[in-house]
Design a protein around this ligand. Structure first.
Ligand SMILES: Cc1cc2nc3c(=O)[nH]c(=O)nc-3n(C[C@H](O)[C@H](O)[C@H](O)COP(=O)(O)OP(=O)(O)OC[C@H]3O[C@@H](n4cnc5c(N)ncnc54)[C@H](O)[C@@H]3O)c2cc1C
Length: 407
């Protein structure tokens, strides 16, 4: 590649992937421009679990200090059979996670994480973030990549060293090479709500969902995850069930399909759909494996733009953070050899992401098991010691994307 091209990186999208990449590239001496189509940086109200493979990177990038006061360090992940309301297994977190995986397992409100990334990026004079600015086109040619940005109808062009497509599951950067978008609706929908701990419903749920843990309720027709956010003052609820999606539908989410999936569940969990809310609706899409993530002229996809996956392993954002750091480290380590850096990026990230996605598919199969498989699952999980279940996760949570081995 042309080594005389400026060390400028253009990033499409200021979500978790884009802002992490901006910080990681600026840290290595690149000038970064982030374009975000939304008029302002605002994250919809819901929580996110940040496993140690993500928190170790956020800490090194100087992001953690900004969200730590609002984050909660849960003591365990507890798996329950939703119909029997019985705990079937648990994975120790808290101090044990930090000791085992070298970084904490944290849960946080997305708005708090977004604000932290924004505050950390603002500290760096080499990062410029423009909102209301959509990356509308990109042309790959022999000399590199030309990026067009649309700001309310005014189009500007630039020729960076690298265009990073961090523009999410509906990525338009992904469509540059193939001309089509290729994401696919999985037939499942995520309903999300936040509940105040001191509300009547919050107090009722405390019996079955202690405040210091990530609680997962399994059922053949749905699964529901609950964990504390906002320093423990609120409970984040995410439920996933089959559903349909009409891209043209407007207005508030109707949780009736979730209510139907949870019919027959007893106690406060059975009335949670009515007691909590308003519920937001997120149609779960995935990006099929096998699409190219890089173009040697100077473009790379990271995060959901490259590999959106159903959230059965709570690893989508963690993968986005790992991608961002790996890409920045590789491009910085190979000055004058962008093609080699992009090839190395794809070679390093693809097997890892595919393995994590496979684990997510396994979780889905196990979590939604019915009949004898469900009984077998409960028996097998009940027999496994918490430490054994933790050891099964070493390859995910113990991973360090900044080490040479990871590249
Ligand atoms: C229900 C649910 C629960 C989840 N829970 C977890 C969890 O606990 N832990 C975890 O690690 N992951 C979780 N995930 C996955 C995680 O949310 C995503 O993987 C992650 O947010 C992806 O971040 P991103 O930055 O790649 O994409 P996005 O967050 O989608 O950001 C893309 C950004 O690009 C902007 N954009 C789009 N097109 C353009 C353009 N052309 N020009 C400029 N800007 C553009 C968008 O406006 C947006 O701001 C969950 C997902 C779901 C659905």
């Amino acid at each position: 590649m042309d080594v005389s091209r400026p060390r400028q990186i253009v990033i499409a999208g200021a979500g978790i992937a884009g802002l992490t990449a901006a910080i990681a590239f600026a840290r290595r001496g690149f000038a970064v421009r982030v374009f975000e189509q939304a008029p302002e940086l605002a994250e919809a109200g819901a929580g996110i679990q940040l496993s140690p493979n993500a928190t170790r990177l956020l800490d090194r990038l100087g992001v953690t200090e900004y969200f730590l006061p609002a984050a909660v360090r849960p003591e365990r992940i507890a798996l329950h059979d939703a119909r029997r309301q019985r705990r079937i297994a648990e994975v120790p977190l808290g101090e044990a996670a930090e000791k085992r995986w070298g970084a904490p397992y944290l849960v946080v409100h997305r708005a708090d994480l977004q604000s932290a990334l924004k505050a950390r990026a603002a500290r760096d004079p080499d990062i410029e973030i423009a909102t209301g600015a959509r990356v509308s086109d990109a042309a790959l040619h022999a000399r590199g990549v030309t990026v067009s940005v649309d700001r309310g109808g005014a189009i500007s062009e630039s020729m960076p060293l690298l265009l990073v497509g961090a523009d999410g599951v509906w990525s338009s950067v992904r469509a540059i090479g193939s001309g089509h978008h290729s994401e696919r609706f999985t037939g499942e929908v995520a309903w999300r709500a936040t509940l105040r701990r001191d509300s009547r419903a919050g107090a009722a749920l405390a019996e079955i969902m202690p405040a210091d843990q990530v609680s997962v309720f399994l059922d053949p027709r749905f699964h529901l995850v609950a964990y504390p956010v906002r320093g423990g003052s609120a409970l984040n609820l995410v439920a996933i069930a089959k559903g349909s999606w009409n891209p043209l539908a407007k207005g508030p989410a109707d949780p009736a399909p979730l209510e139907a999936a949870m019919r027959g569940v007893r106690g406060p969990l059975g009335t949670i759909v009515k007691d909590a809310g308003p519920w937001t609706f997120w149609p779960i899409h995935e990006v099929p494996a096998g699409l190219a993530w890089t173009a040697r002229q100077g473009a790379a996809l990271i995060g959901d733009a490259a590999h959106a996956m159903p959230p059965y392993g709570a690893q989508g954002a963690a993968m986005a953070i790992e991608d961002a750091v790996t890409l920045a480290e590789l491009v910085a380590a190979r000055p004058g050899d962008l093609t080699g850096a992009l090839e190395a990026y794809e070679a390093a990230r693809r097997p890892r992401v595919e393995q994590v996605a496979k684990r997510g598919r396994f979780n889905k199969w196990m979590w939604n098991a019915g009949g004898f498989v469900r009984l077998g699952r409960n028996m097998v999980l009940a027999r496994r010691k918490p430490e054994q279940l933790a050891a099964d996760l070493d390859w995910i949570y113990g991973f360090d994307a900044m080490t040479a081995d990871a590249r």
